[in-house]
Design a protein around this ligand. Structure first.
Ligand code: M6R
Length: 603
């Protein structure tokens, strides 16, 4: 949700900002802008649309050694050049980029800026006008004014601020929105995430909430809002430049779908030793001590929680409850005596989940974050972390993170079950079963052409579609329908197959695509087959994705069977490809669907 990059020092700032913005584009892509300073000369260039549109507007005169850039996901004010960042103070002395939402922007405008006329509708413009006013009218230094503004501003933010009278310094601050410092030799950077700085440096420094950082080419000073200096060590990140490229793939999504067998094998090596499943003893103990596990997540990560629920309950003998993070922010159910909160989040930055974690911490509830991003906010602030080892996921549509989340939860369930002497855990050879899952995914990936062909007749021009399934297949149906709708814009519902006849079957008419998922159990499969007959009799265009062994000759896509606890992983892969090909065939941008951003850092 908006990406920020800044650099100061001995480098070509325009190049670095543009390359950083290209890598940050997955965070928001409705408009973008850069501010570049060269001594006392400045350029401000903004554009609606993608980073490529901004690039095409840059003349050779946009050059310098310091600057800030931004790629936007609109919250306040529609995508337009006046609303694109950077924004400037009334006199244009101060220039600011912002990620987040200033909740009291209307009050600030009324109380401090009633006589200021603003160019656009953003909350950010109010923040930079406020800083300018505090300097101009109260005679504060830049640092004092920034500090005072931070005490007035309420909400979430990552800010990077520049002063035209000192183009050698970038002032940054954050609260609830991600921001990181990158350390170089003769230059320093600020950025929303490490991936966008990895070309320049792999040495980073965290910024915590309500900290202000003064960044120059050879110094980084971290302070609290009162002005006390905070000592902070830097760290070296294990990121590989090749992980963040598309290679020869047309889209990141296809690359990430293809990476899933490798991710399964990486997880096997990360969570095992001498053929034994290994999870940190403290984490196992935290689950053992809990009387109920509460999984809190959003979107695809929420669906992964469902896909793992039955397995977790069976192997840990502990009830599992699921919560949508954005709902739990204000409507938390009555909790058990000894809850453990499990946050699932690819990015580790989802604001909805984080607000629940903040509350859990206030209540002294132990927590575990399952995330792909080490050092992310949800990881830092939770009691424990388990990593997904999936490598950077860049396509907005989450694929490899979902399957890695289920597999990681399987390691957790198995480790706890083993420690408890659970009989079902004893019978579940996870390492072997996951290697079968990797092979099953590979077999589905080899059927891409078949899947593309099946999709062509089915989804190329429809407005609506349904996924149906029972048990774990229902959970996969939820995820499969989210994937299809978010990138192909087909309105798609994931339905419990038996529930259709209680109302929704009235939507089935001639030609409506219904994709049925069948895995694992003969008796359940027979019922789903019955539901297929019901929709077919009403004209539905049915496509069946089924595990071999349960398959009939007329079925469309056959999946190599895996252990029932893990069937969501193998069954989801054809549905990811269905979404991918449907989107391609409809001529849409697979990696950057409209209105969305990869990392949702506002509530
Ligand atoms: O980073 P997170 O896993 O916390 O993100 C949660 C959702 O925003 C995310 O899973 C979203 O639903 C996906 N883009 C869907 O593909």
């Amino acid at each position: 949700m908006c990406g920020i990059v800044g650099v100061v020092g001995n480098r070509n700032a325009t190049d670095i900002l543009m390359q950083g913005l290209e890598k940050l584009e997955y965070r928001g892509y409705d408009s973008a802008g850069v501010y570049v300073a060269n001594g006392d000369k400045f350029s401000l260039v903004k554009s609606v649309g993608r980073i490529a549109d901004l690039r095409s507007k840059l003349g050779i005169d946009v050059a310098g050694t310091a600057g800030i850039g931004h790629t936007r996901w609109a919250t306040h004010g529609k995508p337009a050049e006046v609303n694109a960042h950077p924004h400037q103070s009334a006199t244009k002395r101060f220039t600011l980029v912002h990620n987040g939402v200033i909740e009291n922007f209307a009050e600030i405008k009324e109380e401090y800026l009633a006589d200021h006329s603003l160019l656009g509708q953003t909350d950010t413009e109010i923040a930079v006008h406020l800083i300018g006013k505090l300097v101009d009218e109260e005679g504060l230094s830049v640092l004092e004014a920034f500090r005072k503004a931070l005490l007035i501003i309420e909400g979430s933010y990552a800010f990077a601020l520049m002063d035209a009278q000192d183009s050698e310094t970038i002032y940054v601050a954050k609260n609830k929105s991600p921001l990181l410092i990158g350390l170089g030799d003769g230059y320093n950077m600020v950025c929303s995430d490490a991936m966008a700085m990895i070309r320049e440096t792999n040495e980073y420094m965290e910024i915590h909430d309500k900290e202000l950082v003064i960044v120059t080419k050879d110094s980084v000073s971290v302070q609290d809002y009162v002005g006390n200096t905070i000592e902070r060590d830097s760290y070296i990140a294990e990121l590989d430049l090749s992980d963040i490229g598309k290679g020869t793939y047309p889209y990141y999504m296809l690359k990430e779908i293809d990476e899933q067998p490798t991710v399964m094998r990486k997880l096997i090596s990360a969570y095992s030793e001498d053929s034994q499943v290994i999870v940190e003893p403290d984490i196992v103990k935290a689950v053992q001590e809990a009387d109920r596990l509460y999984i809190i997540a959003a979107g695809t990560s929420y669906h992964a929680g469902f896909a793992a629920k039955n397995m977790l309950e069976a192997l840990t003998n502990t009830p599992v409850e699921l919560g949508i993070a954005s709902e739990w922010g204000y409507s938390q159910p009555l909790l058990s005596q000894k809850p453990l909160f499990i946050f699932i989040s690819q990015s580790g930055e989802t604001a909805d989940s984080r607000q629940v974690l903040v509350r859990a911490n206030q209540m002294g509830i132990p927590s575990l974050t399952i995330t792909n991003v080490p050092g992310s906010t949800l990881s830092r602030e939770a009691t424990h972390t388990m990593l997904l080892h999936a490598g950077p996921e860049i396509a907005v549509a989450s694929t490899k993170a979902y399957t890695a989340q289920i597999a990681t939860l399987a390691f957790l369930a198995k480790a706890v079950g083993d420690a408890d002497g659970n009989e079902k855990a004893k019978d579940f050879d996870l390492l072997h079963e996951l290697s079968i899952v990797a092979q099953s995914i590979e077999a589905s990936l080899a059927e891409k052409d078949v899947i593309a062909k099946k999709v062509e007749g089915l989804l190329a021009s429809t407005r609506t579609a349904f996924y149906i399934g029972r048990g774990n297949d229902y959970y996969v149906a939820m995820e499969a329908s989210l994937k299809l709708k978010e990138i192909s814009y087909i309105q798609c519902e994931g339905f419990a197959a038996g529930e259709l006849k209680h109302g929704t079957i009235s939507l089935i008419e001639d030609g409506v695509p219904v994709i049925a998922l069948i895995s694992s159990d003969q008796a359940i499969a027979a019922h789903t087959r019955g539901n297929i007959q019901e929709v077919a009799a009403r004209g539905a265009n049915v496509l069946v994705i089924v595990e071999e062994g349960l398959a009939r000759e007329t079925d469309d896509i056959k999946v190599v069977p895996v252990h029932p606890y893990l069937s969501a992983i193998s069954m989801v892969v054809p549905t990811q490809l269905v979404a991918y090909y449907a989107t391609l065939q409809r001529g849409l941008d697979v990696d950057k669907p409209r209105n969305l951003a990869k990392s949702v850092t506002v509530e």
